[in-house]
Design a protein around this ligand. Sequence first.
Ligand SMILES: NC(=O)c1ccc[n+]([C@@H]2O[C@H](COP(=O)([O-])OP(=O)(O)OC[C@H]3O[C@@H](n4cnc5c(N)ncnc54)[C@H](O)[C@@H]3O)[C@@H](O)[C@H]2O)c1
Length: 250
Amino acid sequence: MSAVVTGAGAGIGAATARELARRGHAVAVTDIDLDAARVVASELDGLAVELDVTSAASIEAAVERIGSELGPVEVWVSNAGISTMHPFLEVPEGDFDAAMTVNAKGVFLCGQAAARHMIASGTEGSIVNVASMAGKRGGVPFLSHYVASKFAVVGMTQAMAYELAPHGIRVNAVCPGYVATAMQQRELAWEAELRNMTPEEVRDLYVADTPLGRLETPEDVARAIAFLAGRDAEFVTGEAIAVNGGAFMD
Ligand SMILES: NC(=O)c1ccc[n+]([C@@H]2O[C@H](COP(=O)([O-])OP(=O)(O)OC[C@H]3O[C@@H](n4cnc5c(N)ncnc54)[C@H](O)[C@@H]3O)[C@@H](O)[C@H]2O)c1
């Protein structure tokens, strides 16, 4: 049985691909950036596949190839996502559309394709969507368009879980906090400029906001995804679990 990770050429997706391979899955490392996917796939004897989560045709072609080369897909991780930062009053319409298209519609299109494949192959599989703490709480600066897209992911996770349960397919989400990836490097630079601070000062704010006292690693998220994907979570569905060192605790 195979596992598919989207946006697996970097960051959380790459760490998740490694973790799923370590746990014995044949992993399809997919990304819009095929070269990046190839580097990660070569480390874990996986299959590198070009997959743009905003294109139904691209997703369907990838599913077809992965099913025939690695076998029926048992685990699908919709991880690909993008971010930009702007004050709400200045968010360009194009940035709103891009966040919704990649982060929300991407999870929708991938979820449909994954579930159709699982049902057709008689596989009682598991889908994990990567949302964010910004999918549970809107009180974060400069990310209103991203917040909208990630709330959509949390809502869609519940709706998918409800409708796919009769097929034996579980659907859950993870909500990471401040994860040290290339996305965070970009956000540190943007937020520093918007707050008139240095990136190092902003990073210190992230750590101060995290009760467990450090930045989150991609591996912290990957282990939680692997837990939700696996048998230890066989009676868990429709959940969006915080994986964030206690940041944003109510
Ligand atoms: N880094 C954080 O602090 C953080 C926090 C919460 C949630 N997240 C979420 O985690 C996920 C991964 O984030 P990351 O920090 O690893 O990001 P990243 O930018 O480091 O990596 C994202 C990967 O997604 C790929 N990608 C972008 N658009 C794509 C598309 N249309 N189709 C397929 N692949 C595409 C990129 O090529 C890249 O390899 C995203 O959904 C992000 O919103 C990140």
